[in-house]
Design a protein around this ligand. Structure first.
Ligand SMILES: [Zn+2]
Length: 463
């Protein structure tokens, strides 16, 4: 028999789009579903026997969704590639495409657990992970899913298909997506989407195979125009921009998740908007790689849906939100921008997650919704209401620790401590495993002939 739980002593934000704000509010749930939301006295009167969690006067909000993450990148922290990385293609060649090839199943598992734990710490209850481990593709998505299960959160997973590891690598990647999509089709917590690396490493034949073999409504999750090289190579080798290639392959639809979408022309923003595709802004990663940034007002002006991701940089969605806000103002030199476009990123994230998980109420604190709830340690120092809630996030809660994370009714972070994972033990295991991973990394040459035909043209151009 489950017993209701009440999370109280907080200020409720009922969602990420025109939220109601309840000061002195509480949320009650039983099992996986929210029972009641409102003033604490009323919620407690209706549920007098409930267990009680104290939000400490902070914000009580829906669990966060991260639309673009790379769990496999966790063990790159502190790694010196031993070679300069002067531009984005070199960052891929010399860091990420060596690291992903060096991953073995143990490294995939530990990396995923580290990131899943961070998601819990930062209040993310649904994460869209984009996975790559070319030396151990079959079964790798189950390892990532296992980490989500252990941490107690949900997600939408994919394997990034590419031709850069030859025909066999592409076939294995396609098979891994198909198997995962099939095995998780009815799963309430963890599902699949079809993963592609990026236009410039995927041939037309591979795109056609994906379009023909993926299940209806599978969607695609793909990097788009993160750097000009993606656009230039796509034009030179395939005669179309990345977004045009997706469209002519039949892959540009309302379940297309287009990470970055920075170097995109007006025509292609219109194509994406008309298709209902979702652009995913990753401000911290874009700053780290020096690749520019998605122009939020411009893309929004074409009617594009825009969500938010962390792209492996961290697992803090609220910090990414603050970065999006500050990056927009800093980059545009306009201190009035931000309030029109940035709050909507979180709303898009929850809407997209709800679509993939068949949970239309996901991301809303209303009766019947999935009990994904967080308490953020950010007691508002001034009045918080439905008109200024975003200011309280951007200038306050985005920098505050999360005290409790509740995912589908389970308390996965309680008083700052994860309940499903021991973070010290996990870090110790990671440190014992990382030296072998780094040794394999350093044994790999970035000029080994593992690249597919789409990469061959690019090599001449960029070196
Ligand atoms: Zn990415």
């Amino acid at each position: 028999m489950s017993r209701p739980v009440v999370l109280g002593n907080g200020h409720i934000l009922s969602g990420w789009e025109d939220p109601s704000v309840v000061t002195g509010g509480a949320v009650a749930w039983e099992g996986e579903r929210i029972l009641a939301v409102g003033p604490e006295v009323e919620v407690l009167r209706a549920h007098p026997d409930a267990l009680y969690l104290d939000a400490g006067g902070g914000l009580i909000a829906p669990g966060l969704v991260n639309l673009h993450h790379h769990f496999y990148s966790s063990l790159a922290r502190g790694l010196d590639p031993g070679t300069p990385m002067r531009n984005f293609p070199e960052i891929l060649d010399r860091l990420w495409w060596r690291l992903d090839r060096a991953l073995d199943p143990d490294a995939v598992r530990i990396s995923a657990l580290l990131s899943a734990l961070d998601c819990v710490r930062w209040g993310c209850t649904t994460v869209f992970d984009h996975h790559a481990s070319p030396s151990c593709i079959p079964g790798s998505l189950d390892l990532v899913a296992g980490a989500l299960d252990t941490a107690g959160i949900g997600g939408v997973l994919c394997y990034e298909v590419t031709d850069r590891n030859g025909d066999f690598g592409a076939e294995q990647g396609i098979a891994e997506n198909l198997e995962f999509l099939a095995s998780r089709a009815g799963d309430p917590r963890i599902r699949g989407v079809f993963g592609l690396h990026a236009s410039f490493t995927v041939s037309d034949e591979t795109l056609a195979t994906v379009a023909a073999r993926r299940p209806a409504n599978a969607g695609v999750h793909v990097h788009v125009a993160e750097h000009p090289v993606d656009v230039e190579c796509s034009m030179e080798e395939f005669g179309a921009t990345p977004i045009q290639r997706l469209q002519r392959s039949g892959l540009l639809d309302e379940r297309a998740l287009l990470a970055h979408a920075i170097h995109v022309n007006d025509h292609d923003y219109r194509l994406a908007a008309d298709a209902g595709a979702v652009l995913i802004h990753n401000p911290e990663s874009n700053a780290n790689n020096g690749v520019g940034r998605l122009d939020l007002p411009r893309a929004a002006g074409f009617g594009c849906s825009i969500g938010l991701g962390t792209d492996g940089m961290s697992s803090s969605v609220l910090r990414a939100l603050r970065s999006a806000f500050l990056g927009l103002r800093g980059g545009s030199e306009d201190p009035e921008l931000g309030f029109e476009t940035v709050p909507g990123l979180l709303a898009t994230n929850t809407r997209v997650a709800g679509r993939f998980l068949d949970e239309p109420l996901l991301g809303q604190l209303v009766p019947g919704a999935p009990a994904d709830v967080i308490a953020v340690t950010s007691p508002p120092p001034t009045t918080i209401d439905s008109t200024n809630w975003f200011g309280h996030l951007a200038y306050g809660a985005a920098e505050a620790p999360v005290r409790h994370t509740v995912a589908r009714g389970s308390v996965v972070l309680q008083d700052y401590v994860p309940t499903g994972l021991d973070s010290e033990e996990l870090a110790a295991e990671a440190r014992s495993l990382a030296p072998a991973l780094w040794r394999r990394f350093h044994e790999l040459d970035w000029n080994t002939p593992y690249l597919g035909p789409a990469r061959a043209g690019r090599k001449e151009k960029t070196r």
